[in-house]
Design a protein around this ligand. Structure first.
Ligand code: DGP
Length: 112
């Protein structure tokens, strides 16, 4: 399977890591949309949020359990936005489940 985020997760492609353990990886987004913009991924290949289920959802809980630690490490103290784009219509361009963690500016709502 040809997946850029799997290649990043297994070290084939070097990246600027923010946090890593045996299950997840956080690294800087190549096209930042905010002063702080990182991606948090499960190392296991899950295509998109449609494929999250009772068997694999522990890694999603683990990502959210680590987000406060990652935010503190990045010095984010005034809030952040977490985004998951699921499917082309929502703007998903990489077919490996990922959460955008963005901070450092005000965000509008509703999102466009
Ligand atoms: P999405 O559009 O939600 O699928 O977000 C994909 C994000 O991934 C987008 O903000 C750009 C980023 N991205 C794509 N390829 C790479 C890469 O090779 N390295 C890094 N660090 N980010 C990437």
């Amino acid at each position: 399977m040809d997946c850029i985020f799997c290649a990043i997760a297994n070290g084939e492609i070097p990246t600027n890591k923010v946090y890593e353990d045996d299950k997840i990886l956080a690294f800087y987004d190549l096209e930042p949309q905010a002063p702080v913009h990182i991606l948090i991924i499960p190392k296991e290949h899950i295509k998109w949020a449609y494929d999250v289920n009772e068997e694999n959802s522990q890694v999603i809980a683990h990502i959210f359990a680590k987000i406060p630690e990652i935010a503190k490490k990045l010095g984010i103290e005034d809030g952040f936005r977490i985004v998951n784009n699921c499917g082309a219509l929502a703007g998903q361009s990489v077919q490996h489940l990922h959460f955008h963690l963005m901070a450092g500016r005000a965000f509008t709502w509703p999102a466009g």
